[in-house]
Design a protein around this ligand. Structure first.
Ligand code: MG
Length: 373
């Protein structure tokens, strides 16, 4: 089998607002083969920036577009093609946009291989630790504690046993932030897990430590991204000073950055987005590095059901995962993009059993939101 084409599809809602909500656009990647099998992948970053990395013509040996790196190659040789893309983009890549863009192609290759062999991607990877994973509803903080509490009650009524709230000015008013968490705890009771996503809300480790201590009495499951992602030493200080689990990682790309996050930042919960870190091929490596260090590994997913499906295949290969981030934004790019949307049932989401990633694009929705090339 040979790769015959790599296509990029930019989707965007008619109105995109300046809020911490990545369900407003998406970059879909399709990899076509001479066997008639097409693989689907996704990148969750800046679509236009990542499209550039994929379609760029070669500048010189180490500055190639990713499409050219895989055209004519055997899609079953995922590991080799990952390395080929990494080396081909090394002059502008290694982290960030190029690795993020590689995720879309890598995921499409897993989809192709699964379809060719008639097995789900997690089995192709040798996983199967979980058939379903407990999901937490993931949503933004309301503008008031009452709004957040009301949303939390709705999620629990839908069967979720864990919920996360994040961003939306968290960190700007500490009394209001504490009232937000207090209101959610009051609404859901003591047995529901609540994740607090601080959305890079603090200027320094001392501020975050003071706030973590104020939040400890509400027993949140973890305290996520209190600092900007490059402040690894700050993360280590917070991890040492609070009883709360410290979570981070959604901005990291490539396993080398995760080594810094774990070995220097000492975080308790390693979060990775399969559509950002270099695809399932790289996610599996990061997940095992976390296992070796005794850290929990959790997905980051706040975009589409392609992302959710990819995350489920990844987590199904990880014995030490605990929960699935399950975005509950009402965006049509999340709720309508695939014909077989993922659903939380009694607070759990089943790992797809269909071949490959197990998702089927709803092409009419793709056409509705497609940005003309
Ligand atoms: Mg987050």
């Amino acid at each position: 089998m040979k790769i015959t084409e790599v296509r990029v599809i930019h989707l965007r809602l008619p109105v995109v607002n300046d809020r911490a909500d990545a369900t407003q656009d998406a970059l879909i990647v399709k990899v076509e083969t001479d066997a008639g099998i097409t693989g689907i992948g996704q990148v969750d970053a800046s679509p236009i920036a990542c499209m550039g990395a994929i379609v760029a013509p070669m500048s010189w040996t180490l500055a190639r577009g990713l499409r050219e790196c895989v055209l004519g190659e055997d899609p079953m040789e995922r590991e080799r093609l990952w390395h080929r893309m990494y080396e081909g983009s090394i002059y502008y890549g290694r982290r960030g946009v190029a690795i993020e863009a590689m995720s879309g192609i890598d995921l499409a290759l897993w989809d192709i291989a699964g379809k060719a062999l008639n097995v789900p991607a997690y089995k192709l990877a040798g996983g199967g630790f979980h058939k379903r994973i407990r999901a937490y509803s993931s949503f933004l903080w309301g503008d008031t504690p009452e709004e957040s509490a009301q949303a939390a009650s709705q999620f629990i009524a839908q069967g979720f046993t864990a919920c996360k709230f994040g961003w939306n000015n968290w960190g700007k008013d500490w009394a209001r932030d504490e009232a937000q968490l207090a209101a959610v705890r009051e609404a859901v009771g003591p047995s529901v897990d609540i994740m607090v996503d601080a959305g890079l809300g603090y200027p320094d480790a001392k501020s975050a430590i003071q706030m973590a201590r104020r939040l400890e009495k509400y027993n949140p499951y973890w305290f996520e991204e209190p600092l900007r992602p490059d402040d690894y030493d700050g993360y280590a200080k917070i991890a040492a000073a609070t009883s709360l689990r410290v979570a981070a990682g959604e901005e990291e790309t490539s396993r080398l950055s995760y080594l810094d996050l774990m070995d220097r930042g000492n975080v308790d919960v390693v979060q990775l987005d399969v559509c950002r870190v270099g695809g399932l091929t790289e996610a599996l490596k990061i997940g095992w590095l976390a296992y070796d260090r005794g850290r929990l590994v959790i997905n980051h997913s706040y975009s589409t059901d392609i992302n959710h499906a990819a995350a489920l295949h990844f987590l199904a290969c990880m014995p030490h995962t605990q929960v699935l981030e399950f975005c509950v934004e009402p965006s049509p790019l999340l709720t309508e993009l695939v014909r077989n949307p993922l659903k939380a049932v009694d607070g759990y989401v089943a790992v797809p059993e269909e071949p490959g990633l197990g998702i089927e694009l709803n092409e009419s929705v793709v056409e509705r939101y497609r940005v003309p090339a």
